[in-house]
Design a binder for this molecule. Structure first.
Ligand code: PGA
Length: 251
């Protein structure tokens, strides 16, 4: 089965309103009418509305970097997936390694986020990946199995609204990338886990993105691996000069 390449830009806590809007226009222009790849951007919450307006008329998907695992209530400082949906957001990232490791989000919390985001009619991009210590201890597959368990809350009919991003923590923002072989091995394992949780057809259909120091120079080789269906790009998604060639590497 051939899966449409999916390229996503994670803008993290970067850019001003003006720069985010300009970058959105740049991504939309670069994507043009291209229907052979899916492209998404994940701006900071406060830039979502500006970015949405600057993406209007394009097929670029609007994503949010996080949400809370409740519909509404006394949760000062948090953002409901229903609010995101109301603002025109289409997909939300859950479990990015910075959420897990900098903010200490637990598996229980992430499971709630997946559940409520899907209920709010957002698509979900679940991020998984091992730390360097876990890789060195040969624990990568065990960590993936534990983190992928969050998908057990997904109803089978909603599996098509889920994307997985494999991001080895040691490769994020470090300039160090997993070799294409290492990444492929982890992706194949993620796909096997998806088949276990849902079924083989869902596993074959679900996009699995690689993230961690993806650049124009390594994107094509990573994307050529059979189980790597796209890229989740941080640093190199912050300018169209860097991100544009990564988008083109998917063709
Ligand atoms: P990076 O970030 O491309 O800067 O390594 C990737 C990510 O955290 O999604």
């Amino acid at each position: 089965m051939s899966r449409t390449p999916y390229l996503a830009g994670n803008w993290k806590m970067h850019l001003t309103k003006r720069k985010a809007s300009a970058l959105a226009r740049g991504v939309a222009a670069h994507q043009g009418e291209n229907g052979n790849r899916k492209v998404a951007v994940f701006p900071a919450f406060v830039h979502l509305d500006h970015v949405r307006r600057n993406l209007k008329g394009s097929n670029v998907i609007l994503g949010a970097q996080n949400c809370y695992g409740k519909k509404e209530g006394a949760f000062t400082g948090e953002i409901s997936p229903y609010m995101l949906r109301d603002m025109g957001v289409q997909v939300v990232m859950v479990g990015h390694s910075e959420r897990r490791h900098v903010f200490g989000e637990s598996e229980d919390m992430l499971r709630e986020k997946v559940k409520i985001a899907l209920r709010a009619k957002l698509d979900v991009m679940l991020c998984v990946g091992e730390t360097l210590a876990e890789r060195e201890a040969n624990d990568t597959f065990r960590v993936l199995a534990r983190q992928m368990r969050a998908l057990k809350v997904v109803k089978p009919e909603h599996a098509s609204r889920v994307t997985v991003a494999y991001e080895p923590v040691w490769a994020i923002g470090t300039g160090e990338t997993a070799t294409p072989e290492m990444a492929q091995e982890a992706h194949a394992e993620c796909r096997r886990l998806i088949a276990e949780i849902f079924d083989e057809a869902s596993a074959q259909a679900m996009p699995i993105l690689y993230g961690g120091s993806v650049k124009a120079g390594n994107a094509a080789e990573l994307l050529s691996q059979p189980d790597i269906d796209g890229a989740l790009v941080g640093g190199a998604s912050l300018s169209i000069d860097d991100f544009g060639p990564i988008l083109d590497a998917a063709n």
